[in-house]
Design a binder for this molecule. Structure first.
Ligand SMILES: Cc1cc2nc3c(=O)[nH]c(=O)nc-3n(C[C@H](O)[C@H](O)[C@H](O)COP(=O)(O)O)c2cc1C
Length: 223
C-alpha cells in the first residue's frame, strides 16, 4: 500500500514536470515564430522602403558600413557560383568629379538637347555622392549581367538596411565603355573580358523621396 502511494506521488510529479517542460517548449516555439516573422518583415520593409537617392550629404560613409555593403554584394547568388563580377570603390571626390565631367561632356556631345539638363555647373550624374562603386561583369559568362544585377540589388538593400542612400547609375556606361574612357577603365585594373556593367552611388541620404508607382498587372497567376 505504502509502495503504491510512493508510485502515485512519482507519477504525479513526472506528469507535472512534463507539462511544465511542454509549456516552456511551446513558449519557446512561439517566441521563435514571432522573431522569425519580425525578421521577415524587416527584409520586406527594407525592400519596400528603398528608393533611388539623388541627393547626398558630403560626409563619407563609415568603412565598416561600406565593408558590410560589399560583403552583402558578393554574397549574391550567381550561376554555378561563378561570381562573374568585379567591384571597384572610388571614394576620391576629385576622381568622381572628373568622371562626372567627362560623362556629361560626352552626353552633350552625343545629344545636344542634354545641354539644358546639365546647364547647372554643379550638375552631377552621381549626385555628389561621396562613394561610387563601379561594377564590371565577365563577358564570357552567359549569366554575367544577371549575376551582377543580383550583386547590385544586394548592395542597394544592404545600404538601405543601414539607412544609407544608394542609386544605380547606368547613364555613364556608354561613355565608360567607349574608347574615350580608356584611361579611366585602365585605372580600374579589370581582368581580361570584363566590361563595366553599372555604377552605384552610396552616401548618407539628403532627401527622402516617395516611391514611384509600380504596375502590379505585371504579375499574373496562371491558375
Ligand atoms: C540598371 C539601372 C540603371 C539606372 N540608371 C540610372 C541613372 O543613370 N540615373 C538615375 O538617376 N537613376 C538610374 N536608375 C534608377 C532608376 O531610375 C530607379 O530605380 C527607378 O526610377 C525606380 O525608382 P526607385 O529606385 O526609387 O524605386 C537606374 C536603375 C537601374 C536598375
Amino acid at each position: 500500500m505504502k509502495n503504491c502511494f510512493y508510485l502515485l506521488i512519482l507519477f504525479v510529479f513526472t506528469m507535472v514536470s512534463c507539462n511544465s517542460n511542454k509549456t516552456e517548449a511551446v513558449e519557446e516555439n512561439s517566441k521563435c515564430e514571432q522573431q522569425c516573422s519580425e525578421q521577415k518583415n524587416q527584409v520586406v520593409e527594407c525592400i519596400m522602403s528603398r528608393r533611388s537617392i539623388r541627393a547626398y550629404k558630403s560626409e563619407q560613409i563609415k568603412d565598416e558600413e561600406l565593408q558590410t555593403i560589399l560583403e552583402c554584394g558578393i554574397n549574391a547568388p550567381s550561376a554555378r557560383n561563378s561570381q562573374p563580377w568585379e567591384v571597384r570603390v572610388i571614394r576620391d571626390k576629385e576622381a568622381i568629379d572628373n568622371l562626372n565631367k567627362e560623362v556629361i561632356a560626352d552626353m552633350i556631345e552625343k545629344r545636344p538637347e542634354a545641354k539644358e539638363r546639365f546647364a547647372d555647373e554643379d550638375a552631377s550624374v552621381f549626385f555628389h555622392a561621396p562613394t561610387l562603386l563601379v561594377v564590371a561583369y565577365d563577358t564570357t559568362q552567359y549569366w554575367g549581367q544577371s549575376d551582377c544585377g543580383m550583386l547590385v540589388q544586394n548592395i542597394l538593400l544592404a545600404a538601405e538596411s543601414m539607412n544609407i542612400g544608394s542609386c544605380a547609375v547606368g547613364c555613364c556606361r556608354d561613355y565608360i565603355n567607349s574608347p574615350k574612357a580608356a584611361d579611366f577603365v585602365n585605372s580600374l585594373n579589370l581582368p581580361e573580358n570584363y566590361v563595366v556593367y553599372l555604377t552605384v552611388t552610396l552616401g548618407y541620404k539628403d532627401e527622402n523621396p516617395d516611391a514611384k508607382p509600380r504596375d502590379d498587372k505585371k504579375v499574373a497567376y496562371m491558375e
